[in-house]
Design a protein around this ligand. Structure first.
Ligand SMILES: [Fe+2]
Length: 367
């Protein structure tokens, strides 16, 4: 094995209170990123979008995730399906922007067309002028390549290599944390789209999992004392909870209610905020140094959230995320220092979820 292809490992601790994080290369190295795309982001259920963004038949959304162009589309059966977003002819990226494409997906290059089920319907003049169906060319063999998909409430997951356990099995540890919550009563309330962030996707997840930074980074935007927090680690689900002793759900400047912050490996994030709010983030790994993030705010219950309260909630969350993004971008910048080669250190108490997440990364990339 060439020296520069040395395997990335977490440094072994000398004692149980000295825990090293992932080495810098796992956030910056292109070979590691490619391996991660083929394993971590392909083996399990990757979170890719929101059902409520698909209203009509033909609504299509191209996404670029895990280094791949993917197309989500609502078909005539009102099902959302996922395809690799490339034409079978010359592999051009088929759909370039979010739009309604009608009944056919038409490649702009040579007008090859597919129906909403991905079947190839036309390949004009393929066999010569006016020869649209040459002998021996089987249209059935050249449809779009479909990707396994699972819809859980408003959330769209795909499994790129088709080998993951059934979603219901995979996500069991997450389901078990929300037995008290009726997801069928969730109502879409607002979207916060943060666009691109100059950080590796893992920093967004790691930052969310641990409650340790909240008292320092979110001094003014949250009021959830560290002493009230606990961590949660259960297989592919980890995060933290906080049972605030003195709740203040009317606080218009800071978040000060009991909450649960959970992530499902690799990139799904959900937070529940007592008494009636849920937030889900879509974290999109784009390349080693770039991710994007979107947060959807939901409410639970029969009462509509008044507009004024929605605006206040959006403002609080916008500020909280911006505080986190600044930290995540600086974490990324820190990885260009030789001092971060060994990965830095983790709190054995507060960052056990980060450790569990990082162990899964190493485990998957070894496979
Ligand atoms: Fe944070």
């Amino acid at each position: 094995m060439p020296a520069n292809k040395k395997k990335i490992r977490i440094k072994s601790p000398k004692n149980k209170n000295t825990i090293f994080g992932l080495p810098a290369k796992s956030y910056t190295d292109i070979d590691f990123w490619e391996k991660e795309c083929d394993t971590v982001l392909s083996n399990g259920w990757l979170f890719v979008g929101f059902v409520h963004e698909f209203n009509k038949v033909g609504d299509a959304q191209p996404i670029f995730i895990a280094g791949k162009p993917i197309l989500l589309i609502k078909n005539e059966n009102s099902e959302i399906t996922a395809f690799h977003n490339v034409c079978s002819h010359r592999c051009l990226k088929l759909v370039n922007e979010k739009k309604n494409i009608g009944k056919l997906i038409r490649c702009p290059y040579h007008s090859w067309s597919y129906d909403l089920q991905g079947n190839l319907k036309a390949a004009p003049h393929i066999g010569g002028t006016n020869n649209h169906k040459p002998k021996g060319f089987n249209f059935k063999e050249h449809g779009l390549k479909q990707i396994r998909i699972h819809i859980w409430h408003d959330w769209i997951f795909i499994n790129l290599n088709g080998k993951a356990k059934k979603f219901k099995e995979y996500a069991k540890p997450l389901f078990s944390k929300f037995k008290d919550l009726d997801f069928n009563k969730l109502k879409y309330t607002a979207t916060l789209d943060f666009g691109k962030i100059n950080t590796n996707w893992k920093f967004l997840i790691e930052n969310f999992i641990e409650p340790y930074h909240v008292q320092f980074v979110h001094k003014t935007t949250t009021n959830q004392p560290l002493r009230d927090h606990y961590t949660i680690v259960d297989g592919v689900c980890y995060g933290s909870g906080v049972d605030v002793k003195e709740e203040d759900s009317k606080n218009s400047k800071a978040l000060s209610v009991s909450s649960k912050y959970l992530s499902l490996f690799p990139n799904f994030i959900i937070g529940t905020y007592y008494p009636n709010q849920v937030g889900v983030y879509l974290n999109v790994p784009i390349n080693p140094n770039t991710s994007s993030q979107k947060r959807i705010i939901y409410t639970i219950g029969d009462k509509e959230m008044p507009k004024e309260e929605i605006d206040i909630t959006k403002k609080i969350w916008w500020n909280v995320h911006k505080e986190d993004h600044e930290i995540c971008e600086r974490l990324q910048e820190g990885r260009s220092s030789p001092a971060s080669n060994e990965g830095g250190l983790l709190s054995p108490y507060w960052e056990d979820g980060v450790k569990a997440f990082q162990k899964l990364i190493i485990q998957e990339t070894k496979s």
